[in-house]
Design a protein around this ligand. Sequence first.
Ligand code: 5GP
Ligand code: MG
Ligand code: MG
Length: 178
Amino acid sequence: MDNDIAKVLYSQEDIKNVCQKLGKEITKDYAGKTPIIVSVLKGAIFFTTDVVREIDLNTEMDFIDVSSYHGGVASSGEVDLVTDMGSDVAGRDILIIEDIVDTGRTLKYIVDLMMQRSANSVKVCTLMDKPTGRVLKIDADYVGFTVPDEFVVGYGLDYKELYRNLPYVGVLKPEIYE
Ligand code: 5GP
Ligand code: MG
Ligand code: MG
């Protein structure tokens, strides 16, 4: 598996440090509140479990599965709700946890859905932000790393469902998807 990686962008240590930093900020900003942490499947699961353990607050957790990539390396432009969350969003403070924001389509879809359902507030925490890919005007409130315009895998992020279990984030060798 490691043989398919051209370079490591963020090591386990880098990720651990960034989760601690984000967890502290979120703890401070949400003092006195009980947010619902909404993790976006499947890519954000590793990041979610690490960052929530750095949040020193009462939180609820839920999951939503939204798909825009359909297995390739470029966004399809369409967002489908694959599996909805179960929690009642009305009046609640929602913190969406994402793996990476690229075009912004996935995020916009989920944020709009939460607003339609009358959330009290909606914020977004993403492990990675790829601002060069942005098509829609939307930004995350908490960003771990700002990444170059490269297709990354590992720590939850896949290429054709593989590489999610790499403990770091890296760039695939181009021959893998060429
Ligand atoms: P967006 O809707 O912002 O274009 O894309 C969001 C989703 O596309 C992310 O949640 C992620 O699942 C996928 N994605 C975007 N960029 C990358 C990337 O560099 N690597 C991988 N593996 N997935 C990506
Ligand atoms: Mg995602
Ligand atoms: Mg994917």
